[in-house]
Design a protein around this ligand. Structure first.
Ligand SMILES: NC(=O)c1ccc[n+]([C@@H]2O[C@H](COP(=O)([O-])OP(=O)(O)OC[C@H]3O[C@@H](n4cnc5c(N)ncnc54)[C@H](O)[C@@H]3O)[C@@H](O)[C@H]2O)c1
Length: 318
């Protein structure tokens, strides 16, 4: 398999590339990444010299660059995106450009080059908030933030390329990931690294927002599963089955690092902050995928990784 991975220098993309190269030593991977603030070549330092891996620094909105790498590939896994909700509230323009226009450029190029499978990485946030029960793949999309709306736009565009042009698209919608190499602006790495620096952790509102958490390697294995065994034209929800409030997570991190709740600083809530995300993942589970990691164990492993890898995050934070 010759795979084009977009956004492979980010958090999930880098974990995915490492997983694929370890599991399938004969697959070739081209990583197209613009190296925005969130793209970090350090994430793949151990992979750089692998003969089956190549890196192209480029923008997914740049048609000629995309065509050039697409020509070399038969499969695509599309992670590249602007991904931080708070930044999308400050300025949505780059979110619309990268997430919507960039996905369009990729889909169009994939069609021209007869790509065999195009996996579009979407998010649970496209469904919006749900107070009770869980969203199924057939539920309508009611996103709340400029980030999730731009992801919903790309998600629908990807689906339209399957319906209209028969491009073999698969869409995955995953819940909150945690694990190594996550940029320290997102809740878990921000809180862990703040505590390691003896700084308070800023918790939005009252901390009662609920998210489902999945260990990043379980997400990568789900994408691998879908890439090989998923049906084209289908949408698959992916979740870890670990719904927690933000305050619960915060307390777990504090306890693991031997700190008390005086480290919590409650801050003004994010505008439009969704209360709860929840996915029904039975469709993918029926096909045979399930997460391998328990939340409690993988959270401790993740905290340990940030404790042991200050070299990785210190230069990003300071
Ligand atoms: N992190 C999560 O919890 C989560 C959950 C569900 C879905 N997702 C989705 O998974 C994907 C990856 O998320 P992540 O957390 O790894 O994001 P990230 O912000 O860590 O990484 C994004 C990567 O995309 C690259 N990129 C950005 N704009 C680009 C452009 N115009 N051209 C080429 N490369 C560009 C960045 O340089 C970076 O390497 C995103 O599509 C996101 O919406 C994330």
């Amino acid at each position: 398999m010759k795979m084009l991975v977009t956004g492979g220098c980010g958090f999930i993309g880098s974990n995915f590339i490492r997983h694929m190269l370890n599991k399938y030593p004969d697959y070739k991977i081209i990583n197209l990444d613009k190296l925005t603030y969130a793209g970090n070549p350090d994430n793949l330092k151990d992979i750089e010299k692998n003969n089956n891996y190549s890196f192209v620094c480029g923008d997914i909105c740049d048609g000629p660059v995309v065509d050039k790498v697409m020509k070399e590939a038969d499969h695509v896994v599309h992670f590249a995106a602007e991904s931080h909700v708070d930044r999308s509230i400050d300025d949505a323009s780059i979110f619309v450009r990268t997430n919507v226009l960039g996905t369009f450029v990729l889909l169009d190029s994939a069609l021209k080059h007869n790509i065999k499978k195009f996996v579009h990485i979407s998010t649970d946030e496209v469904y919006g908030s749900i107070n009770k029960g869980s969203f199924k793949e057939t539920d309508i999309l009611t996103p709340s933030s400029p980030y999730s709306s731009s992801k919903a736009g790309s998600d629908l565009l990807a689906r339209s390329y399957y319906i209209t042009h028969k491009l073999p698209v698969i869409i995955t919608r995953c819940t909150n990931n945690y694990g190594p190499y996550q940029y320290p602006e997102k809740l878990l790495p921000l809180f862990i690294t703040n505590i390691l620096d003896n700084k308070k952790v800023p918790l939005y509102g009252t901390g009662r927002n609920v998210r489902d958490w999945i260990y990043v390697l379980d997400h990568c294995k789900a994408i691998d599963f879908v890439l090989h065994r998923g049906n084209t034209g289908e949408i698959y929800n992916i979740g870890g089955g670990a719904e927690k409030t933000n305050i619960e997570i915060t307390k777990m991190i504090l306890e693991t690092l031997g700190k008390d709740e005086s480290m919590i600083e409650f801050v003004k809530d994010r505008p439009g902050h969704d209360l709860r995300y929840s996915l029904d993942c039975s469709k993918l589970r029926k096909l045979g995928w399930k997460p391998d990691h328990s939340f409690e164990e993988a959270l401790v492993d993740t905290i340990r990784w940030y404790v042991e890898n200050r070299w990785w995050w210190e230069k990003l934070k300071h």
